[in-house]
Design a protein around this ligand. Structure first.
Ligand code: DOR
Ligand code: ZN
Length: 424
């Protein structure tokens, strides 16, 4: 059956300022007027929230190169379970996604095995090494939706400026991992009270802030979009706020973990609290929340970074940076941001739909008839305990295991096809 009638849902469509109870009809992969349906499958969604499908602009799928940690198949299934209908695949695979061939490989595997839309991001530089520009024109032709050297950051400002100019001419947004390396070298956690107490090497906030400042200068000078990945400090949020007020085309994303955890967690010496940028202070966390609430931060993205158990089961100093996030993003943000009244449900949905769509230059990301039926439904009342052993992801490196949460994904629909269904 290729027709669906999704009945009695609380329909939230931030792009059109809609928040009302009603029905959404789907036929042949697109949203249609209910009158057009002939023999739909009817799903009652009383009490549930329905929105356009979530987009995660920051996902590491690890294929090719580290399929022990994740594959396009398992990562896309984890995305579906998290309510994401589109994910942007970061290029720091092995080999890197820095050539048209690598992008073609991703497209082919995704076409065969992915259950959600996998949008490739190409490298800005060859191998993500920050030395020589990648072939941006051929990456564009191959179908990348953005450019990033995530995991690393171009230190050569002259080269970065050239990349921004090329990105502009090829109409490709830049998504930058902001990290000045001399100020981060050897660090494993935030530089501050807790790194001193725990005797660990710190990563200074200035390391991120210097590059945010640089990127704002280039975005203004060149007049092109730069998206700051995983923003983590108060000053970074302030700089982005001031830049946006001046009309400079910069955006910022916050991760669920930076919004909910702090560097104090590292005292447990659990490597699932190690990521880059590191968890910061409570003051930084509050600043991120303020940024999300006042519209400075327009995107919540997971930085889903799978690592095998063996890779993470080492001393804190030696563990790789990164945690998974696709299957916990909605419940963690709902529980920590919506339940206490910090942001509303429509605001949270905006950060996971229109906000990311805008970064990618996708217009009209709403539920109007004619749009692709990429739809997410969740239950805002359902409570459960996060169990990492139930994840679809191949990896288990999450700090949220055992957490009591509210907000459960019920349905993920991609081009009219149900790819995940639970509890409805
Ligand atoms: O924690 C992180 N993990 N930060 C990054 O920038 C890269 C990512 C990864 O690829 O594991
Ligand atoms: Zn990064």
């Amino acid at each position: 059956m290729n027709e669906l009638l999704l009945k009695n849902a609380r329909i939230i469509d931030p792009a059109r300022n809609i928040d009302k109870v009603g029905d959404i009809a789907v036929a042949n992969g697109v949203i249609v007027d209910a009158a057009e349906l002939k023999a739909p499958e009817v799903i009652d969604l009383t009490g549930k929230v329905l929105s356009r499908g979530f987009i995660d602009v920051h996902v590491h799928l690890r294929q090719p190169g580290n399929t022990a940690a994740e594959t396009i198949a398992t990562g896309s299934m984890a995305a579906a379970a998290g309510g994401f209908t589109s994910i942007v695949a970061m290029p720091n695979t092995s080999p890197s996604a820095d050539t048209a061939g690598a992008i073609e490989y991703l497209h082919r595997i995704a076409a065969e095995q992915a259950v959600v839309k996998v949008l490739p991001c190409g490298n800005m530089t060859k191998g993500g090494k920050g030395e020589e520009m990648a072939g941006i024109g051929s990456l564009k032709k191959a179908g990348v939706v953005a450019l990033s050297d995530d995991g690393k950051c171009i230190q050569d400002h002259g080269l970065m400026r050239h990349v921004v100019e090329y990105a502009k001419s090829f109409n490709l947004p830049i998504m930058d991992h902001c990290e000045e390396t001399t100020l981060a070298a050897g660090g494993v956690m935030n530089e501050g009270k807790w790194s001193v107490l725990l005797g660990m090497n710190g990563i200074s906030k200035a390391s991120e802030e210097l590059i945010i400042a640089r990127n704002i200068i280039f975005a203004r000078e060149i007049g092109w979009k730069i998206h700051m990945q995983h923003v983590s400090t108060r000053e970074s949020v302030d700089m982005i706020r001031r830049a946006r007020a001046k009309g400079i085309p910069v955006t910022g994303e916050a991760t669920p973990h930076h919004l909910t955890l702090t560097d104090e967690c590292v005292k447990k010496f659990d490597t699932n609290y190690k990521m880059n940028p590191p968890l910061r202070s409570e003051d930084d966390r509050q600043a991120l929340i303020e940024g999300v609430a006042d519209g400075t931060i327009t995107v919540i993205a997971t930085d889903h970074a799978p690592h095998t158990e063996t890779a993470k089961l080492v001393e804190f100093d030696h563990a790789p940076f990164g945690i998974i996030g696709l299957e916990t993003a909605l419940p963690v943000c709902f529980t920590q941001l919506v339940v206490p009244g910090i942001i509303s449900i429509p605001q949270l949905i905006a950060k996971m739909t229109v906000g990311p769509a805008e970064v990618l230059g996708i217009g009209n990301y709403d539920l109007s008839a004619g749009n692709a039926a990429d739809i997410t439904v969740f239950d805002p009342e359902a409570e459960y305990v996060v169990d990492k052993n139930k994840f679809y992801s191949k990896s288990r490196n999450t700090p949220f295991d055992g957490m009591s949460v509210r907000g459960q994904i019920n349905l993920t629909i991609v081009d009219g096809k149900i790819v995940y269904r639970q509890g409805c």
